[in-house]
Design a protein around this ligand. Structure first.
Ligand code: GRF
Length: 211
């Protein structure tokens, strides 16, 4: 089904999968994952956190858990595409240097270029706050409310060269209430994201998915 995905090895508690988490904002998903990994030994372990700015609030979670954490800003290059490519090159180098086996996007708000995606395809996973293919893109909650949706949720998917279009690994529903604001819906969805992402990472690390 999946085109060109190369999944990570099947890991174990004795030899956990080395995970990097990429964030842009507050990192509540990162905090939930780090808590989960600290509660007991898992078959995956976060060894690197990368934010796309040194000002990202979520950086504090990486630091609090004593994990190697970098804020990697966009380089000062005028050409926008070159800037993205160079930025991704810095990220790629950090991932390779840390022997990363799975890249977990958790509120990472940049669209990765096909060039980067191809290098990590199958080992690059994202969480999106809607039931894809509904409401892809940066305004999922706003779009769900504008559409009058009564059910929304979250999707965890492998990343491909498109936007929120890769192979779906798991979804979980939440109700949308008539009086919901974007914030209400976002918070309700985040709650289920925080339990679903770790569960899916357990399965990826156990080698339970096939493409
Ligand atoms: C999550 O809802 C995720 O689905 C979306 O961005 C949000 C990240 O929140 N892509 P946080 O930074 O983990 O608090």
């Amino acid at each position: 089904m999946g085109e060109g995905y190369l999944l990570p090895r099947a890991a174990s508690i004795d030899n956990p999968l080395r995970i990097a988490v990429l964030i842009s904002g507050g990192g509540s998903g990162l905090a939930a994952l780090l808590k989960y990994q600290q509660e007991q030994t898992r078959n995956h372990n976060t060894v690197l956190v990368i934010a796309d700015s040194p000002d990202a609030k979520g950086i504090e979670h990486g630091n609090r858990y004593g994990i190697e954490t970098h804020g990697i800003s966009l380089p000062e290059i005028t050409d926008k595409l070159q800037r993205r490519i160079f930025h991704e090159e810095l990220i790629h180098k950090a991932l390779v240097k840390a022997d990363i086996e799975l890249v977990v996007l958790s509120g990472y708000m940049r669209i990765l270029t096909p060039n980067f995606v191809r290098r990590w395809k199958g080992r690059l996973v994202n969480i999106h706050p809607s039931l894809l293919p509904k409401y892809p893109g940066a305004h999922a909650h706003r779009d769900a409310l504008a559409d009058g949706a009564t059910i929304s949720g979250c999707t965890i998917h492998l990343v491909d060269e498109g936007v929120d279009s890769g192979m779906i690994l798991a979804q979980r529903e939440v109700p949308v209430l008539a009086e919901d604001t974007e914030f209400d819906l976002q918070e309700r969805i985040k709650k289920v994201e925080h339990s679903l992402y770790p569960e899916v990472l357990d399965k990826i690390a156990a080698g339970e998915y096939s493409v």
